[in-house]
Design a protein around this ligand. Structure first.
Ligand SMILES: Nc1ncnc2c1ncn2[C@@H]1O[C@H](COP(=O)(O)OP(=O)(O)O)[C@@H](O)[C@H]1O
Ligand SMILES: [Mg+2]
Length: 218
């Protein structure tokens, strides 16, 4: 199975979600890895090296691979997806050919967005690209689905709720679970951890809920 966390925008929580999903599912015994395609930032690669330095055995290992855009198909389809049951692709924030290739190789595309007008406009562009890729994959006899995830969402803010409703009207799948802005996500990143390895119960519950929704789709 290949799940990609992708969107055209940077700073929407792609890497954060990839890491938290990976940690939670690794703890549940899933044989998985993260494939970091963001060669500029390499956020998950850096997170992975902090994590692998934790040598007291307190956390399950999460292998992170840096993907070379030129050989992505060989690396992910021929190598990683044979070795691991689940490959979580931490996507690139660029509307390039690479984005199309990532969508085509995915079983599920998870698109985090922030509850803002600019993010909804960017989503519109991304959805057009997704639809082209989906049709290409369908013509090859394959299938891919896309779900949007609202990140740093605050249901007490009217505008956030309105954005949620707008996306609901866009005939796109939206996860019931929404992630709030929480310090725990930032703390987890610097420590090479997931929030399910920290104390914030609300953050843990969110990640468990989104992981359950994602697992139901696989
Ligand atoms: N739900 C959240 N709450 C608080 N901070 C978050 C949350 N999601 C992401 N962040 C922070 O926002 C920044 C961008 O997130 P990141 O996952 O690196 O985005 P992307 O990979 O899409 O560029 C990081 O500093 C990250 O720690
Ligand atoms: Mg990133």
């Amino acid at each position: 199975m290949i799940v990609s966390i992708t969107n055209l925008k940077g700073g929407v929580g792609k890497s954060t979600l990839a890491q938290n999903l990976a940690v939670y599912l690794a703890k549940k015994g899933r044989n998985l890895c993260i494939a970091d395609t963001d060669v500029e930032q390499q956020t998950s690669v850096k997170w992975g090296s902090v994590r692998s330095a934790i040598e007291d055995g307190s956390v399950p290992p999460v292998p992170v691979y840096l993907i070379n855009p030129d050989t992505i198909s060989d690396q992910i389809l021929n190598k990683l997806s044979k070795k691991y049951d689940l490959v979580i692709i931490d996507g690139t924030p660029a509307l390039t050919e690479l984005t199309t290739r990532i969508i085509i190789m995915s079983d599920l595309v998870v698109t985090p967005i922030l509850a803002s007008a600019t993010d909804v406009w960017a989503l519109d562009t991304f959805l057009k690209r997704y639809e082209e890729a989906r049709i290409t994959k369908q013509a090859m006899g394959g299938k891919v689905e896309l779900y949007v995830l609202l990140n740093k969402y605050n249901e007490r803010i009217n505008l956030d709720r309105e954005i949620g409703e707008t996306i609901g009207d866009m005939s796109v799948n939206l996860f019931d679970t929404k992630l709030s802005a929480r310090v725990a996500y930032k703390e987890a990143t610097v420590q090479g951890l997931g929030v399910t390895e920290l104390r914030d119960k609300n953050a843990q519950a969110e990640i468990e809920a989104i992981a359950a929704e994602i697992e139901n789709l696989l």
